[in-house]
Design a protein around this ligand. Sequence first.
Ligand SMILES: [Zn+2]
Length: 438
Amino acid sequence: MGRLTFYGACGTVTGSLYLMEAAGKKILVDCGLYQGVEAVGQERSLPFDPQEIDYVFLTHAHLDHSGRLLELVRGGFRGEILTLQATIELLEIVLRDRLHLDPQAGTEGDLSRLLELCWPFAYHETVEISPYLSFRFQDAGHILGSAHLELWAEGQKFVFSGDIGRWASPIIRDPTPITEADYVVVESTYGGKRHPSWSTAKRQLQQLLRLARSKKVRLFMPSFAIGRTQEILYFLNELVESGKVEPFPVILDSPMALRVTKIYAKHTELYDEEALKRLASGDEIFSFPLLFSTPSVASSRHIDRLQPPYLVIAGSGMVTGGRIVAHLKHHLGDPHTWIVFVGYQGEGTPGRAILERRPVIKLDNHWVANKAKVFRLEAFSAHADHQELIRWLSALQGVKRLFITHGEEPSRVALQREVKLRFGWPSERPQVGRSFAF
Ligand SMILES: [Zn+2]
């Protein structure tokens, strides 16, 4: 007899945390933080005893899947964290950033202990923990090192989708269709929604850069350090080196994104065919003429003295912190400033307020007039849209029950409706605390 309990990402897109009790073990799948408005009321303590947990399966390094590992270790967890090598490397960056922003989350000591508990595995490799418990990671195509988890326990097969990426994403491979499962836990971030294609993304980016260059404006791109920034650099490399966009200064003003890009550059074994082909032709895929980086704060301040046109890529992605805040404090009031959003802007964030063209924006406790011209490139997304979620699910056979998580309620409902029509599987939208016995 086993049990699966849902402790997060139930009707929200953050806070992934599931507990499985099976084969005499207590197992977590992800241990993520609630973020943005969803974080309100998040308790410091975990809803179980960290000392009793034997294993954590980590699907990828994003904070909303990994952030509370610090609390877990702080609370006495000494089991094993099983994941991909690239995820371990990204995790160190992500959690150190969290410690920097929230010193109460843990200490450097907690972080190094945590990293010592991490064990790397490869995609497609089936690993037997005991005769009653085995697992396998498959490529989820979401960010570098992201995985779907197949877990065999108590004679049943569980599949945890983790975050599902998009087909034909730059750099990394497509999500892996999983063909069999008794029970499936699937994300639904973009249930009921559709993304423009990648070719649209590239074309819009090209037009915007050409225009910014010819109008001689300052262009700011708030960007997430993991995945999004590398995709942008990859496209910029292609556009500049193919001559579609004339070179002009592009400044990567994010030490975190710089470190992440180095990890992306190193793990070529995780690339898709197109990226490998470019690499084989001798191209450095994240580098092109007039790309600069500004690791130190002093070098970042020099950007202000540059003569436009230029593009600054800086975090944080929703303008809630990081170097983008200082840039926009200076330049948001200037109509010659352009801002391009390439990621989701959460409710209540300065990014969302700028996108909604509110006349004044609160940045770093100062009110700043918003006269900038604002653009949004919607095609950049690390998540499967509705059709892609259905595509991933349609490979599955033998599903006894589907649990729809990691989506706001309308998205979960939209996905559930189509699953019912198309596959007829029993499905549910679990609430926090829902426990399922098997
Ligand atoms: Zn993610």
